[in-house]
Design a protein around this ligand. Structure first.
Ligand code: NAG
Ligand code: NAG
Ligand code: NAG
Ligand code: NAG
Ligand code: NAG
Ligand code: NAG
Length: 396
């Protein structure tokens, strides 16, 4: 009985939700998209800016349209009020009332402090006053209408010897592009200037190979990257006459080499019995950066350990972790304990190696195993191998 009641309650709750949803769609009456369009989006200071709140009118009509800079309301249009428009003073905003209406707001002589996030909110004249928001960004620049926004490196961490794409994101209005210059540190290595022939120019720099076919005014592709390229890259965008304004953005590229093989585990003894002190080393590399190393016994982390990094060839590094721990009978509850070392480089690389810590009387050898619990598989393997050897010697 109680079960049934609950089900009915749940059911009616769902019905209500569906009804509300249908009502909302109905009231929205066709407002499918609301968009805030700012023209120009990047503008020189002292110019006028037009913001258009684009929405489809519906059966109910508009109750009001509110305009915000960040969270501050600065303009409101309400057809049922008199006057229909109201300007709320916000520092630095000058609204041209004559040219502003139910869909448009014109800002006069904008200043750099007016850069930021703008929103318009459309409230419908429906019973529940549904409202819709749209946002956009305005950037007011000192001169030239130019702003470089980002230098994007993909992949963000590059494997030595592979390709990297560096994209310079910029917005340029009111003036054509004059040049885009690319720097590694302070050294220019690639330039794009649309008015010159050819438009692209390469300046030799040790270790930088530019793939011209894949490079243009917004990106440069580097092939076979080496360690020497880890570091600061910049792109500098220059607008054409009369302003020759420039804007520069930088980013750091990281070139890595991942360990070529699994970490190696070494133990001080061949056999262990409960009560023994286990001393073990885990080494990984050569790589760069060196991996984080962690030891586990039966999947429980072993801490603390001594972690060291040693120099290897070609600027690569070897990582080593040393641990010392006493083995207890509890470690042997499910047979020989499994000692595992895990090597990790950020999200790029993860590998491990494991050994079983056999007692002298249970098994004569230390085995490399892949995961805890695969001991019995190992046994089966040895039996199979033995059978194969016997068959093979009989055949030959
Ligand atoms: C901005 O608008 C005002 C008023 O309409 C006009 O007088 C002025 O010339 C405009 N300024 C620019 C830079 O277009
Ligand atoms: C509102 O003003 C903008 C520009 O000031 C104009 O283009 C648009 O036609 C006007 N809309 C209405 C409905 O008057
Ligand atoms: C801009 O402001 C609106 C309203 O405050 C907010 O919903 C939106 O996330 C903001 N956008 C950005 C990019 O900050
Ligand atoms: C530059 O090249 C990339 C890749 O070929 C392409 O996606 C991009 O659109 C190009 N940019 C320009 C401005 O031509
Ligand atoms: C990268 O280089 C640019 C241009 O030389 C410089 O302005 C910026 O401070 C440098 N960034 C770092 C993190 O060194
Ligand atoms: C661990 O490495 C250190 C330094 O390389 C070495 O002296 C020590 O004998 C190693 N211990 C084991 C158990 O392999």
């Amino acid at each position: 009985m109680a079960e049934n009641l609950k089900r009915i309650k749940k059911h009616s709750c769902l019905m209500n939700a569906i009804l509300l949803f249908i009502t909302m769609i109905y009231e929205a009456g066709g407002i499918s998209t609301t968009e805030l369009r700012i023209t120009p989006r990047v503008v020189q200071k002292g110019k006028n800016v037009t913001m258009a709140c684009l929405y489809d009118l519906n059966d109910y009509g508009v109750y009001s349209v509110k305009w915000y800079k960040g969270m501050q309301e600065f303009y409101k249009y309400s057809p049922l009020e008199s006057p229909t428009t109201r300007v709320v003073p916000v520092n630095g905003i000058k609204v041209d009332r004559l040219r502003s209406n139910e869909t448009h707001v014109v800002l006069l002589r904008v200043m750099p402090i007016l850069s930021g996030n703008y929103s318009c909110e459309v409230i419908l004249n429906a019973p529940s006053f549904p409202h819709y928001m749209a946002s956009g960004r305005l950037d007011v620049v000192g001169i030239g209408g130019l702003r470089a926004t980002d230098l994007r490196i993909s992949p963000p961490v590059v494997q030595r010897g592979s390709d990297a794409t560096l994209a310079c994101l910029y917005e340029l209005t009111e003036a054509p592009l004059y040049s885009v210059k690319w720097y590694r540190g302070r050294h220019e290595f690639y330039r794009y200037s649309p008015t010159e022939v050819p438009a692209t120019k390469i300046f030799p720099f040790a270790g930088i190979n530019v793939d011209l076919a894949r490079s243009n005014q917004s990106q440069v592709v580097l092939t076979r990257v080496s360690f020497g390229l880890s570091g600061n890259f910049s792109c500098e965008v220059t607008a054409d006459a009369p302003s020759f304004a420039t804007s520069i953005v930088s980013n750091t590229m990281e070139v890595v080499v991942l360990p070529p093989s699994s970490p190696k585990v070494q133990t001080s003894q061949h056999y262990y019995t409960p009560g023994d002190i286990l001393r073990a080393n885990c080494t990984s590399g050569p790589s760069r950066p060196p991996p984080e190393l962690t030891f586990f016994i039966n999947d429980m982390p072993v801490t603390p350990g001594t972690y060291q990094v040693h120099q290897a060839h070609e600027g690569l590094l070897l990582a080593e972790l040393y641990v010392q721990i006493q083995l207890w009978p509890a470690h042997y509850e499910r047979g020989a304990p499994i000692l595992r070392c895990e090597a990790k480089v950020a999200d790029l690389y993860r590998d491990d190696s494991a050994v079983a810590l056999y007692s002298a009387n249970s098994d004569p050898k230390i085995e490399r195993v892949t995961s805890p619990g695969s001991g019995s598989k190992q046994h089966l393997c040895q039996v199979l191998a033995l059978i194969l050897i016997i068959v093979w010697t009989n055949v030959s």
